[in-house]
Design a protein around this ligand. Structure first.
Ligand code: NAD
Ligand code: MG
Length: 384
């Protein structure tokens, strides 16, 4: 069996490092042939020395000399800059691309990978939030699989195996509820970035952790599910489930509900996407239902967490509306982490940005880039 050669976009991040641990556990099946990072040159160098890829890319061009010098005595090509990300995914040395960069920056390299006919394991949900229609059409046109890595979407995808043609009533998208699930409006007004960065169930990158606390992440996941599984957001129900054991479920027309359960560990969905349709040993730790005893489910409070409503409205509006929401989400997320705005200012700024940026019903890729830039500028100017 030939090894699957994987390009990891964002190899130094939370998903990227867990994906490398999957590859480390299955060296007979997987090989990391491309590693890329934003600016963490030290970790990228260490990963390149361990995994011996064909090429590495450091997006931050000011770190190029450091990476190049450190790898000069090895047969590893070293590139820098955003454009290089698109070139490396097209390489003959790549069978699959793991899109694990964060934010809008992941859109272009993901499209490059699909156009080059590479299977894509998608963690970078922002790509589908911004341009789901274009990205899924591109995957279809090039006959390449777009495999979900996000745990909820991997769960739904697993539940749908063997169900081709069977009518689905709705998708049940589970959410831990984040660190502020039981907070009142008054308590939410004063939360700090440090509190928001303490997720009760998952250890993730900073941006998605803040989005989880505000539930914008779950709003994005509704849009992600809408494109991956072709159901409108009205048929995607968010279910708060604090234990994060049921990773999501599918309700079929006959009344049956299939769910995928497991301990919260991203290595499982990453490994499932890498090995699909096979299941490999050594995924996550075994699930002990007796130790858990009980699982809990509740409705989300959209009054306290209006990001869910904003995302549903953006999806229903369509066109460039989700792209505007994503850009405002990225700007406000960073501004909150920098202490420039309060937690509760984020949804308000997103709503005002959405009201201000002109609507485009049928955006092209260029429109998305223009919308992203405009929405960022509008949102930044509101923050002042
Ligand atoms: P992270 O911040 O830990 O890692 C991001 C990676 O992307 C890093 O390697 C970073 O160097 C790279 N990067 C960032 N900006 C870049 C740029 N402009 N150009 C090139 N590279 C850049 O983030 P993460 O938590 O690993 O999340 C990655 C993606 O996966 C996000 O879209 C997130 O929503 C999604 N996701 C993450 C998790 C999780 O458990 N962490 C779960 C589901 C989905
Ligand atoms: Mg998720």
């Amino acid at each position: 069996m030939r090894k699957k050669r994987i390009a990891l976009l964002g190899s130094t991040g939370s998903i990227g490092t867990q994906a490398l641990s999957v590859i480390r556990r299955h060296p007979e099946r997987f090989e990391a042939t491309v590693l890329t990072a934003g600016s963490n040159a030290d970790l990228l160098i260490a990963q390149a020395i361990e995994f011996g890829p064909d090429a590495v890319v450091i997006a931050d061009e000011s770190r190029y000399a450091q990476v190049k010098d450190a790898l000069s005595d090895r047969p590893i090509k070293v590139y820098a800059g955003a454009e290089a990300l698109c070139q490396v995914v097209e390489s003959q040395q790549v069978d699959m691309v793991l899109a694990a960069m964060v934010g809008f920056a992941g859109l272009k390299p993901t499209l490059c990978a699909l156009r080059a006919g590479k299977a894509v394991a998608l963690a970078n949900k922002e790509t589908l939030v911004v341009a789901g229609e274009l990205v899924t059409a591109c995957a279809m046109e090039h006959h390449v699989p777009l495999l979900p890595v996000d745990s909820e979407h991997s769960a739904i995808f697993q539940c749908l195996q063997g169900e081709v043609g069977n009518p689905v009533e709705k998708l049940l998208l589970t959410a831990s509820g984040g660190p502020f699930r039981k907070f009142t409006a008054a308590q939410l007004a004063d939360v700090t970035p440090a509190q928001a960065l303490c997720h009760p169930q998952w250890s993730m990158g900073a941006k998605i952790t803040i989005d989880s606390a505000s539930m914008l992440n779950k709003g994005f996941e509704m849009i992600e599910a809408r494109w991956l599984f072709g159901l409108p957001v009205e048929r995607i129900e968010v279910v708060v489930h604090p234990e994060s054991i049921v990773h999501s479920a599918v309700a079929f027309a006959d009344g049956a509900v299939k769910a995928q359960l497991g301990v919260p560990d991203m290595c499982l969905p990453i490994q499932y996407a890498f090995a699909y349709p096979q299941r490999l040993a050594d995924g996550a730790a075994p699930l002990d239902l007796f130790a858990l005893g009980a699982l809990h489910f509740e409705r989300p409070n959209e009054h306290l967490f209006p990001c869910l409503t904003l995302a549903r409205e953006a999806s229903q509006r369509g066109g460039n509306a989700p792209c505007v929401l994503n850009a405002a989400g990225e700007v406000t997320n960073q501004a909150f982490r920098d202490g420039r705005i309060r937690f509760v200012d984020m949804p308000d700024l997103m709503a005002r940005t959405m009201a201000k940026v002109p609507f485009e019903a049928t955006p092209s890729l260029d429109t998305y880039f223009a919308t992203d830039a405009e929405a960022r500028a509008v949102c930044e100017s509101m923050i002042g």
